[in-house]
Design a protein around this ligand. Structure first.
Ligand SMILES: [Zn+2]
Length: 247
């Protein structure tokens, strides 16, 4: 693994760890939620699985520098990169063991994983890989020097998939900062001529992401939102205090 960026001196357990296939995925799928949780005082971290070396624009080195800068905007405590091969992520045993080791080291309470269906194989393969690595990380008898750990909660960032979310996080107050974090990837989102037939201009990217966030925000009656799916039922303690209007 490439040496991680540590934004604070020490690294105790994190509250929220987001894992994604490519640098700049979390900035599009759950960046607003990460910012919001950091603003609440939670310790947040991101682990990117690849350096995005198959991308048309830029170089892996440049993208990693940009990921570091974006992590600062996201108010992260830590960001690492597994340097798995881009476009060839496999849910294979060696990858699962490596990732399980990182999960044991970071000890997240909540893990944000990619949604399990999608156009890009890296995204759905990462989803399976995350789930199975969490399982592995909790097995006491695995030969490892780190103590077993499983996240209490795994939530799936579903923005890339057209599915009904289990819940939506209101990111109205975080949306602009999230856009800034994405535009830290100048090689991908700067208005450069390289690959311009494939890449829309920055204004178009902003409009698209704002429309998507607006759509999900609308589902819960706020301006901007980020969608998530969970596999288990959610507990409600007080039905009188439930949010989001029915009619
Ligand atoms: Zn991606």
């Amino acid at each position: 693994m490439r040496l991680p960026t540590i934004y604070s001196e020490e690294l105790p357990a994190v509250d929220v760890l987001a894992i994604a296939a490519h640098p700049d995925d979390v900035e599009q799928t759950c960046g607003g939620t990460l910012i919001k949780m950091a603003e609440k005082g939670y310790r947040t971290a991101v682990l990117d699985l690849t350096a995005g070396e198959m991308g048309t624009r830029g170089t892996p080195e440049r993208r990693l520098e940009e990921a570091d800068a974006a992590g600062r905007v996201l108010l992260l405590k830590w960001r690492g990169n597994m340097a798995f091969p881009d476009a060839r992520i496999e849910n294979a045993l060696p990858a699962r063991f490596t990732l399980a080791g990182e999960i044991r080291r970071l000890r997240p309470r909540v893990l944000i994983a990619p949604y399990w269906e999608g156009r890009h194989p890296d995204h759905y393969n990462s989803s399976q890989l995350c789930y199975e690595s969490c399982f592995l990380a909790g097995l006491a008898k695995i030969d490892d020097t780190l103590a077993p750990h499983r996240p209490h909660k795994i939530i799936y960032a579903s923005q890339y998939a057209n599915v009904t979310p289990s819940f939506v996080v209101d990111i109205s107050a975080q949306f602009e900062r999230r856009m800034q974090s994405l535009f830290a990837y100048q090689s991908q989102y700067g208005d450069s001529p390289e690959g311009s037939h494939l890449f829309p201009p920055q204004s178009e990217v902003r409009e698209r992401l704002a429309s998507v966030a607006r759509f999900y925000g609308n589902l819960i009656g706020v301006k901007y939102g980020e969608p998530f799916v969970v596999k288990e039922a959610q507990m409600v303690d007080d039905i009188v205090a439930m949010g989001v209007r029915s009619i």
